[in-house]
Ligand binder design. Structure first.
Ligand code: T1G
Length: 697
């Protein structure tokens, strides 16, 4: 018998318990165990009711995603669900934790559902590029109707137990003693002679076909432009639940699931799911001792500092916010106040939470008020001298063992660390603006950064609900290094004949929410101008330099914040391409004696994406990134890379490394150094391997 499932008896109640840590995923061992025990239960007429439950932190959180992408070993989940539903005795699902995906489908196949009131449940398969494959597209509409079912399956968001009770998804949400409550329900059902209640027969949710047809039609319209292959299939399956017999709907679900599971989007989304978790597995964790972080100090109350302070307050940390003068401090505090006032207005938090968070904020202009904090995150102006001054002050006031994290997007933290007495306590935290919203946190590990400091950063990131990625010290770390190559590839095309709008449109067509020139206009052209000026002294004069951006900035056109940049803003029809920029581009082409040519959407995409993947390969080669999937995580969570493409390294794997290397080589005559393929391509190609083979477990 499988160890992942056990069967006990409490009088005439059979209790089936799943035990497959960490999340009771429905791996083959669990499915086989359930299948075998169902056989026993069917043959045992003394059993009058069944309870299905799980040990550990949660009722099954879904199918085992690691089994995806290869033939499923029977018994498959939907058959197990059918068998549970067909039992002649009532089956109660005892739900706690996060009953998700196949786990929730298992519960839906039971006849009754009781949940701990803190439980959450839902069908998030859409986020993995698939759809519920265990009968969820057929059973959920029967309980809550097509519209609610479509919202839950396409949205992928779980609902709380009280909300599930209100929807009729569960029979009861209990405050405590969940198992006792389930047992009491079982005995009550037996006493009242209540038999099974197959969900497939509960069509009360489907009574009004006309109503559901209009809802399904509305959902189709709403998602007509979605690039995701699973969305139209989800809608078709729910529509089948409304219009077809159960078995026909199940057959459609099975086919739709198989079509999606084997597709590139599902592969990319599974990759993203595991890549995010893999990124948190860094070598410094081994043997590390976490430093306790109770109180956090933030130096600098500007945009970044106040955003970082909000992220820490949101995670429940008291924050001491330091600014050098009262005006600056007050400006920062009011930014924080306004943020929480907006959150209350939008119902994201209640008034009590707002008050508590603001009470946890202590503003001061005195650095010595940081004497007792466990971690200081300095987010002052991105200038080496300014940061050195702050480091020197912090070195004096911070207690021994406290961590000094510098929020920098490109400065050399080794150089900064060497200016103070405790370089081992220095680490880089590269937040992305707005810091309380953007998920990515690059944790930059200096040459002398102690492993406890690194490990503590990763633990803190989880508490801040950030996605941490380890980066070595290098200009631009991981995300900005790849971004710089992306932008250069685009700028070369500007000089050679493409327009900003064409390049932006091509990258939106790939799946980016906005193209590179739209991003530049949003971020402010002066930011990247300052970086180019900072690098000017060290730039190799032989390197091709695209001065279009400088010419635009010299006009004072910094993008949205000045009303014009690559685009002109403020018109009724939205942003329009700036004709003066097109003139500047033509002048720059003429100055370099370039005859402009056309660029297809495919070529624009290939040039931009191969430049990103090549830079990512270089980062892995140099050890700045631990693994290719870390590059993907950085681009997915910090730069809007479309999740269903998995990131630049996954894109290269799916596109074919030989094709990418070949493209790079074909561009090389234009810019030998920039387009030179990383040797990793040749190494992988000759062995028939992919970047994903370098990611490790
Ligand atoms: N399969 C395999 N491993 C999983 C897993 C899963 N479904 N869920 C989590 N893990 C691993 C995860 O990789 C990590 O491993 C550890 O568990 C802790 O996870 C047929 C087709 C449940 C909310 O999409 O949302 O069912 O890194 O770090 O932050 O219709 O995990 O320790 O080695 O995320 O507390 C649908 C996915 C699947 C839920 C817990 N289910 N999981 O979050 O811990 S498809 C999901 C989560 C499906 C059916 C379909 C979260 C969590 P390691 P963690 P957490």
């Amino acid at each position: 018998m499988s160890l992942a499932v056990s069967l006990e008896f409490e009088n005439s109640v059979a209790v089936v318990t799943i035990n497959n840590p960490p999340v009771n995923a429905l791996s083959h061992s669990v499915r086989q165990g359930l299948w075998d025990y169902l056989e026993q239960i069917e043959r045992n007429s003394d059993i009058k009711a069944v309870i299905l439950r799980a040990e550990g932190r949660t009722f099954p959180a879904g199918a085992d995603v690691r089994e995806f992408g290869r033939p499923r070993t029977p018994p498959i989940l939907s058959k197990i669900c059918d068998r549970i539903e067909a039992l002649p005795t009532p089956v109660i699902a005892e739900i706690h934790g996060t009953a998700l995906g196949g786990g929730f489908e298992l519960a839906l196949a039971c006849h009754y559902r009781i949940a701990d009131q803190t439980a959450r449940m839902g069908l998030p398969e859409v986020g993995l590029g698939v759809l519920p494959g265990g009968g969820g597209t057929q059973r959920l509409p029967r309980l809550v109707g097509a519209a609610q079912a479509l919202d839950m399956i396409i949205g992928g968001k779980p609902v709380s137990a009280p909300a599930a009770e209100a929807l009729g998804l569960i029979d009861r949400a209990v405050k405590k003693n969940l198992h006792q409550a389930a047992l009491a329900s079982a005995l009550n059902l037996i006493d009242h002679g209540a038999g099974p209640r197959p969900t497939r027969d509960r069509v009360d949710g489907l009574s009004n076909v006309a109503k559901y047809n209009s809802e399904v039609a509305a959902m189709r319209t709403r998602h007509a432009k979605s690039p995701l292959a699973n969305i139209p299939r989800i809608i078709n399956c729910v529509e089948a639940a409304v219009l077809l017999p159960f078995e026909a709907g199940i057959a459609m679900e099975r086919q739709a699931f198989d079509e999606c599971e084997t597709g590139p989007q599902a592969e990319a989304l599974r990759h993203a799911f595991f890549a995010e978790r893999r990124a948190a597995k860094v070598p410094e964790l081994k043997g590390a001792e976490l430093r306790e972080i109770h109180r956090i100090g933030v130096v600098g109350a500007g945009t970044m500092g106040s955003g970082i302070a909000i992220a820490c307050l949101d995670a429940g940390f008291p924050v001491t916010l330091v600014e050098r003068n009262v005006e600056g401090l007050q400006a920062g505090i009011s930014k924080i106040e306004k943020n929480y006032e907006r959150s209350v207005k939008k119902g994201r938090i209640d008034e009590t939470t707002r008050q508590n968070r603001m009470e946890q904020l202590n503003g001061t202009t005195e650095m010595q008020d940081l004497g007792q904090v466990d971690l200081v995150i300095e987010a002052v102006f991105e200038d080496e001298e300014v940061k050195r001054g702050v480091f020197a002050q912090l070195d004096q006031v911070m207690r021994p063992g406290a961590i000094l994290a510098t929020n920098t997007s490109y400065l050399d933290i080794n150089a900064l660390a060497d200016t103070i007495s405790r370089p081992e306590d220095v680490v880089g935290y590269h937040f992305f603006s707005p810091a309380h919203i953007m998920k990515l946190l690059e944790i930059v590990v200096g040459a002398k950064t102690h492993k406890d400091v690194v490990a503590t950063g990763f633990a803190l990131a989880k508490k801040l609900r950030k996605v941490p990625v380890r980066a070595g010290v290098a200009d631009g770390f991981i995300g900005n290094r790849v971004l710089a190559s992306y932008r250069l590839a685009a700028d070369f095309m500007l000089e050679e004949g493409a327009s900003p709008a064409e390049i932006d449109a091509a990258m939106r067509d790939f799946g980016f929410p906005v193209g590179p020139y739209q991003v530049l206009d949003m971020a402010g052209l002066d930011i990247s101008w300052a970086r180019r000026k900072r690098l000017a002294e060290t730039r190799d004069p032989k390197e091709r330099y695209v001065a279009i951006g400088d010419r635009i900035c010299e006009q004072g056109w910094f993008g949205q914040k000045t009303g014009r940049g690559y685009y002109i803003y403020g018109g009724e029809s939205g942003p329009v391409e700036n004709p003066d920029v097109l003139t500047i581009i033509a002048q720059e082409r003429a100055a370099k004696d370039i005859t402009p040519r056309a660029f297809s959407v495919e070529e624009i995409q290939m040039r931009c994406l191969s430049a990103m993947a090549n830079e990512g390969a270089r980062l892995v080669e140099e050890g700045v990134a631990l693994r290719p999937s870390d590059v993907d995580v950085a681009k997915l969570y910090g730069y809007g890379f479309p999740r269903h493409r998995g990131g630049p390294m996954m894109w290269a794997d799916q596109n074919g490394l030989l094709a990418v290397e070949n493209a790079l080589k074909s561009y090389q005559p234009e810019e030998p150094e920039f387009w030179k393929p990383s040797p990793i391509f040749a190494e992988l190609i000759k062995n028939g391997r992919h970047f994903s083979d370098l990611n490790g477990a």
